[in-house]
Design a protein around this ligand. Sequence first.
Ligand code: ADP
Length: 176
Amino acid sequence: MKIGNIEIQIKKGDITEEKVDAIVNAANNSLLGGGGVDGAIHRKGGPRILEQCIKHRGCPTGEARITTAGDLPCRYVIHTVGPIYGNNNGMDEILLFNAYFNSLKLAQEYGIKTISFPSISIGAYSYPIHDAVKIVYNAIKEFSKTNEIIEEINLVLYSDENHQIYRDFFDKLPQN
Ligand code: ADP
């Protein structure tokens, strides 16, 4: 499926195994590692990722920072921080949008052509996935209007259930 000039793939799997230019990490404000996908990325990518994260001195919610991918099979890790659902005075939606949009902007600055995202904020941060998937779509669509670099975005879901929810949403979109 395409959104604008970007090829979109919905996949089920482990994002740490993606052989792409960059994977996105659903990090926390400290950028010092955590549970879920963040834990998996640091565990498999090794200490070089954390060394570079420390130098960034944290990341505000909705922004993104880039590091090496260490031992992972991709080239870079883009760390972004999604909102903790319900904690942001009505700003959850814009913050989640920003996390996706700013990750894509940073990827573009680094000449990244292929990128894989996990489902940011829908784990420990409790964002309802049916709402989140619409924001994922809106952020990619908005970004694609000015995109000249990114060719492929993979949306990687860890569970069958979440994978199916994404598939159902994207299958129902009108073809452009
Ligand atoms: P957040 O704190 O932003 O909610 P989590 O890591 O808790 O982030 O969860 C985000 C999503 O990532 C969850 O749906 C979780 O199942 C998924 N996830 C966990 N590990 C992996 C992995 N290795 N690859 C892809 N997705 C993963």
